[in-house]
Design a protein around this ligand. Structure first.
Ligand code: GUN
Length: 293
């Protein structure tokens, strides 16, 4: 029987634990953990993600601050805003929602965030620690997927994991976590991308498939082995006049044809997206606890 890897259930469990820990802190007279998010411009999807991050902070009792900057803001102004948050002892975690406008260097922005507050885990210092197997902030989406595997007790040891996509935000860190020497790791990992010629053959060998390439319904039933675990990271907006908002969210997996072949699969929406938030919240509490004097 196929198991639906329900992100609502798994994220609710993570959030409940965070809420209990936060209540204990505030009951003891301490301030709550505090996440600061910077949104540049008004990209529709980014608006939605940031609003959801802020809402979820409230739900677990965290403080949050949203800083909005115009899309034509000077790079120096953004860097100064980050520096101010770096210096603020009452800010634990900082994130700049990506993508940012092209006139601003994404790399400069990522490196401007103090590693002790880098709850996205995008700073080279955080990435280096992740690669070396040291404690650090794990990027929220791969972290959320690991929490999902944990919640549903999906065995990874000795399995062949096929990761489609090599982005710094998902595919690359995912491949590192799955191959790492830890309980929910120890996979043999193949990382595929746009220059992989025999993608279908490789996917068919996957006991676990993580689809993180951002192409709606790319993974079809004939690419998936019977009994595989399929993790769908896609969240592309596809125009649809019959939908209330004029678009629908599509995953990277053709769910209706793939699901019957799998032993477990994440839905979209209601899967990995919710776990990303759970990962971010856990990182924010971690930053808070580590930065207490
Ligand atoms: N854009 C897409 N995913 C992410 C994420 O995890 N963090 C930030 N800051 N921006 C993103």
């Amino acid at each position: 029987m196929m198991v639906l890897l329900d992100g609502k259930k798994a994220s609710a469990a993570v959030k409940e634990a965070l809420q209990v820990q936060t209540q204990a802190l505030t009951a003891a007279g301490k301030r709550a953990p505090h996440l600061a998010a910077i949104l540049v411009g008004n990209n529709g999807a980014s608006e939605t993600y940031v609003a959801s991050k802020v809402k979820n902070c409230e739900e677990v009792g965290f403080r949050s601050t949203l800083i909005r900057l115009e899309s034509d803001v000077a790079e120096s102004v953004l860097l100064e805003a980050i520096e101010k948050l770096n210096q603020d002892p009452e800010v634990d975690g900082i994130l700049v929602q990506l993508p940012i406008p092209k006139h601003i260097s994404e790399q400069k922005v990522i490196e401007a965030i103090h590693p002790a507050k880098d709850v996205d885990g995008f700073h080279p210092s955080s990435v280096g620690k992740l690669v070396q197997g040291l404690p650090t902030f794990i990027p929220a989406t791969p972290y959320g997927i690991m929490l999902m595997l944990e919640h549903f007790d999906i065995e990874t040891r000795g399995k062949h994991a096929v990761v489609i996509g090599r982005s710094n935000i998902v595919g690359r860190p995912m491949s590192i976590l799955l191959s790492s020497n830890q309980k929910r790791g120890n996979c043999t990992v193949t990382i595929c991308h746009s220059h992989t010629p025999n993608l279908k053959e490789i996917c068919l060998q996957g006991d676990i498939i993580v689809a993180a390439l951002g192409r709606p319904e790319f993974v079809k039933a004939d690419m998936v082995k019977v009994g595989a675990v399929v993790i769908d990271v896609g969240i592309t907006r596809v125009d649809d006049a019959t939908a209330k908002k004029g678009f629908r969210i599509k995953g990277d997996v053709a769910f209706s044809e793939v699901a019957p072949k799998t032993s477990a699969i994440t839905p979209v929406p209601g899967g990995v997206g919710l776990m990303t938030i759970a990962g971010l919240l856990k990182n924010t509490l971690q930053a808070y606890l580590q930065n207490q004097p």
